[in-house]
Ligand binder design. Structure first.
Ligand code: ZN
Ligand code: ZN
Ligand code: ZN
Length: 103
């Protein structure tokens, strides 16, 4: 009973909202070394993200072109992983949350 109330309150506040897209995570292979679309444009990027649904590499939201975010919207592939050295966190562009998957 008490835990139900707590759960309802957390849902209202959104504090325990988890990403609901983790079923979109696949065993992907990295599509390219850099952001393919930036390379095609002759542009540069700040950081790289890899789509966890298809493996496409795109640039992050700190980069001018935000290709990873655009790919997430256009392809409906919400989750991307950082491919920066030493980083393995994932981000959901729909929930705007870090994804803590069981994998
Ligand atoms: Zn999500
Ligand atoms: Zn790019
Ligand atoms: Zn994708």
């Amino acid at each position: 009973m008490l835990s139900n109330i707590k759960f309802a309150a957390e849902r209202l506040l959104g504090s325990s909202r988890q990403c609901s897209h983790t079923d979109r995570i696949r065993d992907v292979e990295r599509g390219s070394e850099g952001c393919e679309q930036c390379i095609a444009l002759g542009d540069t990027w700040v950081h790289l993200r890899m789509c966890m649904t298809c493996g496409q590499v795109g640039c992050c939201d700190s980069s001018k072109n935000k290709h990873a975010h655009r790919h997430a919207d256009e392809a409906s592939h919400p989750i991307a992983r950082s491919v920066e050295p030493g980083e393995d966190w994932m981000w959901c562009y729909v929930d705007e949350k870090l994804v803590t998957s069981a994998r």
